[in-house]
Design a binder for this molecule. Sequence first.
Ligand code: 4AD
Ligand code: MG
Length: 452
Amino acid sequence: ETDPSKITLGTADKPGTRVRVLGRVHRFRAQKDVIFITLKDGYGQMQVVFGGELIKTYAALTLTLETSLEIRGQLRELPPNAKAPLNRELHADFFTVIGAAVGGDKEAITNKVQAGGDPQTLLDQRHLVLRGDVLSSVMKVRAAVTRAFRQAYFETRCLEVTPPSMVQTQVEGGATLFAFPYYDQQGYLTQSSQLYLETCLASLGDVFCISPSFRAERSLTRRHLAEYMHIEAELDFITFDDLLVHIENVICRVIDLTFADPVTAGYIKELNPDFKPPSRPFKRMRYSDAIDWLNENKIEFDDEDLPEDHPERKRPHRFGDDIAEAAERRMTDILNVPIFLTHFPVEIKAFYMPKDPQDPRATESVDFLMPGVGEIVGGSMRISDYDELMAAYKRVGIDPTPYYWYSDQRRYGTSPHGGYGLGLERFLAWMCGRFTVRDCVLYPRFTNRCTP
Ligand code: 4AD
Ligand code: MG
């Protein structure tokens, strides 16, 4: 007899076909004369039936979850009223154990894989938790979304580049820099590739990159990672309004492309049955109006620099306050639509942001907020005038010397330009309805966790 052909799971071959499959035991149910196994590989799942002599073998009697098997048999249509992936089951006539999984802790493995239970244990056992349905689906959506971003940028003629991760300049403030010894000097892990992207405009036109950014965040929140995937783009010869339109177009195109693939759309539906694509145009709101809105809705500013019992600790928001994560999320959740929050005050934003010509207290900056998550994009126009940039370094106390290559963009043919960065894990948390960004990355890195 010729060897039946090997198929991956999740393919609905014709009933009657003889096949060979390789995979791991995801679930099993032993009855008197039959064992039902849900076998899984990276592509899908299949119901396998062991009957007759097969269930009397030592290997079948000692079968454990996650054991890897090679199975040969015949595909059959499911009996009426039965349920299994793709309406097929594989009637096995032969199997071999490729790698047994340690037995005796069926409960433990099931819990790990199904992601219930103690958060610390789940993080320590991440390599096993990743085998569960939820995380593996999120990772598949992540791959599809990443591909969709590349496609969306390709369609808008943005060129992909790969800036360095080891740098000697900060972008988003010294407080969250990871420093490391770099030969005889000090290096930092990049917080954002923005400054490097800006240097590409003159030769490459609009550019984007998809690369990790690093932030030594001190606080444990559900949306901060120490290492996250940063999708950044920089656009030449634009206005602030062009920037907002571009962000809206890219986000909507990425959602359309992601849902155009029925398999990915299926994962998202399972993970987040309530997902609705945002309607356009996105709501726009100036920072100063957001301050008024927060005060009208009695959402207070919590000044964490003051002691707990200080009378000024909780007070109405004032122009110049950094809108905290909690307040921002409450606003987004109440309004329940995506929001472009624009024109933040100079003092709370990065040094490179230009002033709003209409209001010198404000910058041409934007945060894009999503219900459930809050900020997923941060962007702005960039100061394009050399002297203005020098004044900005001075204002925040940055020594301009190591930034000569960045400043030079303003000396050799400057241009009005701007860009933004989007946190992939936050985008996924929103799309897949996850409570925390930690569910949206293989091995989350955050305060004090760098393992496994
Ligand atoms: O708002 P941020 O800090 O902006 C920048 O880094 C700009 N230089 C980007 C640019 O204009 N090219 O970060 C951008 C986005 C945030 O909106 C958020 O989605 C994500 O990056 N982000 C984080 N995601 C996970 N964990 C963290 N610690 C993050 N910090 C920022
Ligand atoms: Mg930001």
